[in-house]
Design a protein around this ligand. Sequence first.
Ligand SMILES: Cc1cc2nc3c(=O)[nH]c(=O)nc-3n(C[C@H](O)[C@H](O)[C@H](O)COP(=O)(O)O)c2cc1C
Length: 492
Amino acid sequence: MNFKRLSKPKIPGLKRLKVKIPQLKIGDSVARVPIVQGGMGVGISLAGLASAVANEGGIGVIAANAIGMLEPDYYTNGKEANKRALRKQIKKARKLSDGIIGVNIMVAVNDFHDLLRVSIEEKVDMVFLGAGLPLKGIPVSELRQARVKVIPIVSSARAARLIFKYWQKNYDTIPDAVVVEGPKAGGHLGFKNTEINDPKYALDKILPDVVAEMETFEKQYDKQIPTIAAGGVFDGDDIYNYFKIGASGVQMATRFVATRECDADKKFKKAYIDCKKEDIVIIKSPVGLPGRAIQNSFLDEVESGERKVFRCPWRCLESCKAKNSQYCISAALDNARQGKLANGFVFAGANAYRIENIISVKRLFKQLDKEYFRRVEHGTVNLRSEFEESFKNLAALKNEYVRTVKKRVKTLKAELEKIFEKGTTTFREEYKSTMVRIDHLKEEYTRHLDKVSELREQLSKFFDTSTLKLPKAILDLQKRCAKLEFAEISNL
Ligand SMILES: Cc1cc2nc3c(=O)[nH]c(=O)nc-3n(C[C@H](O)[C@H](O)[C@H](O)COP(=O)(O)O)c2cc1C
C-alpha cells in the first residue's frame, strides 16, 4: 500500500489534549483527586488531617483504633472512650470539611463492631477495614442503609477473593472497592518477614492480580470496583505508574505525616525528616505481625530484652499476647503521637527517609499534581505517536478503500456488462481478486479502527479526550464498511 502519496490526515484535538487526573468513584462518592489518606493510629490521622485532605478533593481517613486514648477515662472505660472519641472526631471532621471522610478500623481490635456501629450512626462516607479479613458478622444492610461504603485492605489477590466470595455467599453483595497494601507500607504489614523484601510480593506484582480478581466481580455485578494501591506511593510518578498497571486510586500515609495538619506532635513528624534509610526497620509487634518503624532508643531497649511497665485494662487487640509482651503497642504509639519518643516509637513507611520538610496538605497535593502531570506528558509520548500512526494508517486505508471500491468496481462493472457473456477467465479472476482485496481492506480497516479506539481508551485514562473525535467521514465510512456487502458494491 502506498501511503506516501496520501495527504496527511488531520487528527482533531490531539495536540490540544489536556492532562486530567482521574476521579476516584467509590459507589456514589466521587473524589476529585484519586488519593486516599491512609488511616494512621494511634491518633496520627484524626479530624485535622482527614478534613484537610478531604478539602483538597481527596479522601480523608480517621484512624479508629485506640482513639479513646485521647479521652481521660481510657484506662477505666476503654470501649466507651473509644466510641466517644471516634464520634467526636467524625463530627469535627464534618464541621471542617464537606468532602469525603472515611474511618479506618482494624478488624483485629476487640471493639471492632462498636467502632463500626459509631461509623454507621455518624454516616461516614466509607470505612476501610484492615488488619484482618472482614468476614463474619458485618452489618451489611445497616451499612447499605446508611450509605457507608466498605473497603477492605488486603495484601494479596487471594485475600481479596476470599472476602468478596464470602460476602457474595453470605450477604448477597460485595464490598465497594479494595485497597491493596504492598510491603513498603508503614505500620503493621500483612506479610511474613521473608516476604517483605521478596520482589514477588512487591506492590507492582500483587496489584495487577487484585485488579484481575476484581474484574470478575465487576462483570458479575455490572459495577466498578476500584482497586486502590498502597504502600510506598511517594510521588506523582508513582501515582502514574500504579494507574498504568490498573489502580484507580492510591492510598498514601507516610507523606501525610510530614504535613502541618497531621494530628501528631511535631517531634513525631521530625522523626520522619531526620531519619535515614537504614533507620527504617522491621519490628516484631506484640500483635504478632511485623511492622515498619523508625529505630529509636525505645526499640533498642525492647530489643535488648527490657520489659516496659504497662497496664492492659481490656486487651484491646484480640491477637495481642499482653502477658508475654514487653510493652503495650497502643500506649507506645500514643506516647509517640504526643512526642514522648523515649516512651514510644514511630511507625513509618519504607520511603519516610525521602521526606525533607513539613509542608501543608494543600502544597503536598499541588506537588503531587504537578509531578503527575509531568509524568503523564512524558509517559504518553509513545502512546500519542502510536495513536497518530494508527490514525494515519486508518486514513490511508480509507483512501485506498474508497479508490478500490469506487473506481475499480465501477470500471469492472462496466467491463462486466460489456464482456460478461463472453466471460474470460482472466476477467473473472480479476473481479474475484478485487473483491478479495476489498474484503481484506475491510478487515484491515476494522483492525485499525479497533486499535485507534483502544489507544483512545488508554489515552482517556490520562487525558480529557472528549475533544478527540474521529472525523465524520471516517465514522460514516466505518458504518458503510460494516454493512457493505457484495450486492451493494455491485450497485455502486
Ligand atoms: C504512622 C502510621 C500509622 C498507621 N496506622 C494504621 C492503622 O491504624 N490502620 C491501618 O489499617 N493502617 C495503618 N497504617 C498504614 C497506612 O494506612 C497505609 O496504608 C500505608 O502506610 C501506606 O503506605 P505509605 O505509608 O508508604 O504511604 C499506618 C501507617 C503509618 C505510617
